[in-house]
Write a protein that binds this ligand. Sequence first.
Ligand code: GLU
Length: 419
Amino acid sequence: MIIPELDHPTLHLAMAQFDLAAEAMNLDPRFRERLKTPQRSLMVALPIRMDNGNVKMFMGYRVQHDSARGPSKGGVRYHPDVNLGEVAALAMWMTWKTALAGLPYGGAKGGISVDPNQLSQSELERLTRRYVAEIFPLMGPDKDIPATDIGTNQQIMAWMMDTYSQQVGFSVPGSVTGKPLSIGGSLGREEATGRGVVDVTLEALHYKGIKIHDTTAVIQGFGNVGSHTARILHEAGARVIGVSDVTGGLYNQAGLNIDDIFQQHKFGIPIAEMKVGDHLTNEELLTLDCTVLIPAALSEQITVKNASHLRCQILTEAANGPTTLEADEILHDRNVFIIPDILANSGGVIVSYFEWVQDVQRFFWNEGDIRQRLQEIITSAFHRSLLFSREKKTTMRLAALMSGIDQVAQAHAVRGLYP
Ligand code: GLU
């Protein structure tokens, strides 16, 4: 059953994945309906005074999918297409993601339906502060901890932390993660998702017996996740032959100059305007012949239309939900090794967890500690999923989902039903 207000293709995808995993693991029917329905969903009206004096209304959302294993955790997305159903799907994936990594959290997600590039800094600040004021009753370091996602950044997290702190009357660094270092952010948080993507990709290459120097990689999306993935993969010795952003893609079979692209991107130059390599469309980029394809943009990019044209051996899902259910089957039949999203992109929330632990303890770690602990957690989740998929003769996606869902179901079982 989908509640009409939540009806959205991305939620259908998350629920269909859940059904497949629940069936395969023979999940206790008592938990099924509940785990398909978010625990709490909040929709808030955000009237903002624009710089020209007019008042404009935006809609904001926060969904807590589950909190049986601890406070709920997940990013806040600023994007014009955000709505309650999409946020609910992303919140559900956060529940499985945190459980698979063994973090003491449940899953949540938030968002505002807005194009942040159309707003001035002061408009963005007012929007962010009003959003926090409205979701305040749900928030808190022991309740629900927001973080960055598509369209949000460190500055926005600083405004969130400040607004929350102003409401309670003292500074609460652990109320938000992805913050600047000066207010309790963590070393390594900004690159964390990309670093985790590379950690699991290296494990998959090793498993497949492919050397890093023989590896070619193609990355869709050059936001926080895609750009750091490209940089770190390039540093590790892979040849990054294709990258893209919303404006288009770049290709060079001999390997792109990632440092140059990274620098130009920092200055706000769109990929379509960069003069390095050959230009191609996002659709063409996805079908390039390569060892590893890494979708690091929005959901549902690999569909029934292009799945049979993909020419990669490994698909590392850095984005949330980049592959539709039909495409998943096609890729499975074609023997593409998939590192599923809840595993591949969990580096972000893993280092968010480190940030929260450091904030709560008021004791900060060095970058070496962060990288090492991230690698330990994410590679052990990778190997547990791989082992499970081989034992159960199932896909990596189902194995990862089943491990996560099992942790959550165990928590529900022992806690029981109230009242
Ligand atoms: N937005 C990221 C994700 O989708 C990170 C969430 C977090 O750090 O809480 O996993």
